[in-house]
Ligand binder design. Structure first.
Ligand code: MGD
Ligand code: MGD
Ligand code: SF4
Ligand code: MO
Length: 889
């Protein structure tokens, strides 16, 4: 970084001289120079006047990593974004998506006013109405449902109010709203995201994700995460991965089914057959345990299994077996296992690659175990617990709704603690739940879900969904089907509290309007306040009292003004000025580490599980025979070597490699490898996988000009042998056919992929989301849109918007974690047929309905469950039914 600054400065002087001489503005150049000399960021100057630009901190949400940013505002317009140097995990750097984030605000196709449908659903005919009219209408619709529930003395009727969200970073606002209305019918997007990872981890050690100490590690095993481009915590993780690999000379070994940019950066990369990571991880564990390379002390004291039990369990998982399943050579598995166990510190990382399969939770649990048996947990340079911070919900907090909702907690998936949202339309179409009002927030299932055509079919049907409301500021594939749109503002114009465990320093951050919401638009929180008041104008329904905030800012104060430490620093006012708390130190320009006043590194805290319970906490506590410390019926810690430690967030406070909760429903309590149906495909078939790219976020950046210019088409990656066998050449038009239908795209022939895999990236091929995303940029903007920006109308040189694969991806859910098996769809690939057009996509709803029935067969209540879990010692004829209550599981 110091070199960078140095070179830049010299260049800058030259530039300043040239510009200054030409334009006669020497003073301007030198003023900027001073700013650059003194700081790495945090100040910016007008290019025209030289005046300092207003700097307003915020938290990025161009993707979900929540980096800290600073917006520079000139004449009321955002002119530049940069990373907040005070954010300990962002360290002053934003990625391409983050840097171009202000284009979300100025998107000419942004919806600038509430809209009421006038034509048929999806026809695109709208009437502009005011926020007052829109919130009144929604308030009435909700009140009708609540009144009917009261009249019929049936709280379950309230569950006809459905709220489905995708990226919900509202700090609990939506849950508060739904609980206030008394409905449990909340659906998130986590089962299409990474829920089986969470369900593999939570019962193992408490939290749903790991935080690796990349920068200080010596060895990294990556299973199916594209850390440098995507991964949860992309920017902060990518920075620290580079710190570790380049700065600390750590070795990176990467398993991905294709040559992702992370695999390309690795010392060694392997292409396993999709869904076989667990076989590889278990084989590595087999080697480590059998060769005595494990951390015997950690296994004995910190897990709920013994070394002997593990060795017995791992017996069948030899490297030769793993080679059979995955194609990764046994010798390599053996060698890497030894290296991983003997290089300290070391860590694994995994994301969607392994877990987005049938039985994905086992895959994650198997990978997790590698860190446990090698004792790398909570060590500097190791595999650490995530570090986040909380904030209180303002009192009064609405109680949990009385009645459980089937669609929020499908009883066939009792372990799926992050819901199974993919199943909702199917369950409703089968009559298992009823909808009166469906609200969709930051959510675009008609584009982002598997068998996305089913969502279009479902949400278009007024008999299934009588009233559909969207809060989106963009006309997405889902929003265009709505009856009512009450547009939110963008993430740069609204308030949210945030805390993301994106590094080893826990911190809080905020979102605040860096400019006034454009054109009279209103933030979602204000809409919630307004609707709650209109549902319950007199307070007789008990809804209004939970939204008694005078302003949204008052709501933020209620979250942040009384947090110990932050309160003394100034609470909300402090956050408005700084954007993040606490500030740990400064970024050292030479090492990019966080340092104190003396230049010494501010070390993150490690060994969180070994923190000792205080005498006050131990008072009246009891210790059971296994060492678990209990108080008031709760496990609060564990005794290890005579010390009373807090331990992990599991029932025994140890790491539970053995999960009794899994066994209860006939799943294997220990991590196992299950051969997937896709592993037994015909040799002529291929497995379709999808992946994300560095410059796009899900369904929501195809309309961002800077990003679309960088990446707008997504030809299918296919290996040279697979292509040759089908007579396919690079760039040829091809058909990818699944049991649901087919799509027509182009081939990108590359060595960088497993020979039996075909990969199509997501984020392209939009059928809505503004003119640029659809390449209809020469058309006029809609009358409800912001309009303007000739850059989009006249300055687009590409003519390919890509092809979206989701309609042909089959619904297939992990019966444990409830997660969609994105990477399980078996396809055939051929040259396009006569008459095929690039971009053709056909998919059958009927066939998807059959897939729904098929995937239920794997659920613990289904006929295929027992056949797949012969080995589990459980009373198969008397598996329990889950206990359901309001809220969720
Ligand atoms: N084929 C394939 N499909 C995938 C994936 C994949 O890898 N491959 N990845 C999956 C994953 S991991 C996830 S998490 C999901 C994500 O899928 P979704 O949860 O559906 O999320 P997004 O596409 O990020 O955004 C949803 C919508 O939010 C709305 N929106 C955008 N900005 C704002 C705003 O400021 N305010 C409000 N109120 N709304 C806004 C827009 O209408 C946008 O379409 O997609 C999944 N789908
Ligand atoms: N740029 C960008 N960053 C993002 C997002 C974004 O949209 N854009 N979204 C964020 C979100 S919501 C999420 S959930 C994360 C997801 O972060 P990641 O999980 O890192 O990203 P994905 O592209 O979903 O999938 C990761 C990789 O899995 C590989 N893969 C597929 N099947 C297998 C398999 O069986 N085994 C192995 N080993 N690999 C396999 C794919 O080739 C792909 O490269 O990214 C986050 N960060
Ligand atoms: S990684 Fe995500 S949160 Fe961070 S700067 Fe990029 S878009 Fe913003
Ligand atoms: Mo995700």
């Amino acid at each position: 970084m110091s070199d960078f600054g140095h070179i830049n400065r010299r260049d800058f002087i030259k530039l300043g001289t040239a510009v200054g001489a030409a334009a006669g503005t020497f003073a301007l150049g030198s003023r900027r120079l001073v700013a650059m000399e003194q700081s790495l960021g945090g100040q910016d100057f007008s290019a025209t006047t030289g005046a300092e630009r207003q700097a307003v901190p915020y938290t990025c949400l161009a993707c979900n990593i929540e980096d800290g940013g600073v917006a520079y505002v000139e004449n009321g317009r955002i002119v530049k974004l940069e990373g907040n140097m005070d954010h300990p995990n962002t360290r002053g750097k934003l990625c391409a998506k983050g840097n171009s984030g202000f284009l979300h605000v100025y998107d000419p196709d942004r919806i600038m006013t509430p809209l009421l449908r006038t034509g048929k659903r999806g026809e695109g005919k709208w009437k502009r109405i005011s926020y007052d009219e829109a919130t009144t209408l929604l308030g009435q619709k909700l009140r009708e449902v609540i009144e009917r529930a009261e009249r019929e003395h049936d709280p379950a009727i309230r569950n006809e109010i459905v709220f489905k969200w995708g990226r919900n970073r509202t700090g609990g606002a939506v849950k508060r709203f739904m609980h206030a209305l008394g409905s449990s019918a909340m659906l998130n997007h986590t089962n299409i995201c990474e829920s089986s990872k969470k369900v593999g981890l939570e019962p193992s050690w408490g939290p749903d994700i790991e935080s690796c100490d990349w920068a200080n590690t010596k060895y990294i095993l990556n299973f199916g995460s594209n850390i440098l481009e995507t991964a949860y915590f992309m920017n902060p993780n990518a920075q620290r991965l580079v710190d570790g690999v380049v700065g600390n000379k750590a070795k990176l070994v990467s398993f991905d089914v294709r040559m992702s940019n992370t695999s390309g950066f690795a010392d060694e990369a392997f292409y396993p057959y999709p869904g076989t990571d667990a076989a590889i991880a278990l084989a590595m564990a087999h080697v480590i345990m059998n060769e005595g390379l494990h951390d015997a002390d950690f296994v004995e004291h910190w897990t709920n299994v013994s070394a002997a039990e593990l060795i017995a369990h791992l017996k069948p998982y030899t490297p030769e077996f793993a080679e059979e399943e995955s194609g990764v050579p046994a010798a390599a598995i053996r060698r890497i296992a030894r290296e991983f166990a003997t290089t300290k510190p070391a860590t694994t990382f995994s994301y969607r690659g392994p877990c987005k399969h049938l039985w994905g939770a086992y895959q994650e649990a198997a990978i997790h175990m590698l860190n446990v048996i090698t004792g790398n947990v909570e060590k500097r340079g190791g595999y650490c617990l995530p570090r986040g911070m909380g904030w209180p919900q303002p009192e009064p907090v609405p109680p949990q709704p009385e009645a459980a909702s089937n669609i929020a907690a499908p009883p066939d998936y009792p372990l799926a603690s992050h819901h199974v949202s993919t199943h909702a339309p199917y369950m409703i179409m089968k009559g298992e739940a009823k909808v009166s009002v469906w609200m969709t927030y930051y959510d675009n299932p008609v584009y982002t879900y598997p068998s996305s055509h089913v969502w279009k079919h479902f949400l278009s049907d007024e008999s299934q969904v009588p009233f559909l409301v969207s809060f989106s500021p963009y006309m997405s594939e889902t929003t265009e089907l709505s009856d009512l749109i009450i547009p939110d503002v963008t993430y740069l114009e609204r308030h949210d509290p945030e805390s993301m465990p994106s590094g080893l320093y826990p911190c809080l951050s905020i979102r605040q309007p860096v400019v006034k919401p454009l054109g009279g638009t209103q933030e979602f929180r204000q809409t919630l306040i307004d609707v709650a008041r209109k549902v319950d104008p007199d307070g007789d329904l008990g809804v209004r009292r939970y939204f008694a905030f005078e302003t949204v800012e008052a709501w933020m104060r209620a979250h942040l003004d009384n947090i110990p430490g932050l309160k003394e620093a100034g609470g909300w006012d402090y956050m408005k000025a700084k954007g993040v708390w606490p500030v740990y130190g400064k970024v050292d320009p030479g090492t990019a580490r966080i340092v104190d006043k003396n230049g010494d590194e501010v070390e993150p805290e490690y060994g969180l599980h070994t923190k000792e319970l205080s005498p006050a906490e131990m008072a009246a506590a009891e210790v059971d025979a296994d060492g678990t410390i209990r108080k008031d019926g709760h496990a609060i810690g564990v005794q290890v070597n005579g010390r009373n430690c807090v331990g992990f967030g599991t029932p025994s406070r140890r790491i539970e490699i053995y999960k009794e909760g899994f066994r209860k429903y006939g799943f294997n309590p220990l991590p196992v490898y299950k051969r997937l149906p896709s592993r037994d495909k015909k040799p002529s078939e291929m497995v379709l996988v999808t992946y994300k790219v560095n410059v796009h976020t899900q369904s929501r950046t195809a309309s961002i000009k800077y990003l679309a210019e960088l990446y707008h088409k997504n030809p299918a990656w296919i290996g040279p042998k697979a292509a040759a066998a089908r007579g396919i050449g690079d760039g040829d038009l091809i058909r990818i056919t699944s049991p649901l239908g087919y799509l027509v795209t182009r081939a990108h022939v590359t060595e960088g992929i497993h020979p039996e895999v075909i990969a199509v990236s997501t984020a392209c091929g939009h059928a809505a989301y503004g003119r640029l995303a659809q390449l209809r940029n020469r058309e006029q903007a809609a009358e409800w849109a912001q309009g303007g920006d000739p850059d989009i109308t006249n300055n687009v040189w590409w003519n390919d918007k890509g092809v979206h694969p989701n309609p042909i991806i089959r619904l297939a859910v992990d019966p444990i974690g409830g997660s969609q098996g994105w990477f399980d769809t078996v396809v055939s690939v051929s040259k396009a047929e006569a008459g095929d057009q690039y971009g053709d996509v056909k998919a059958s709803v009927e066939q998807s309905l059959k897939d729904y029935e098929e995937t239920l067969r794997y659920a613990y209540t289904g006929d295929l469950h027992r056949a797949n879990h012969q080995e589990v010692d459980v009373d198969w004829d008397n598996l329990p039914r889950p206990e359901l209550h309001g809220g969720s599981h």
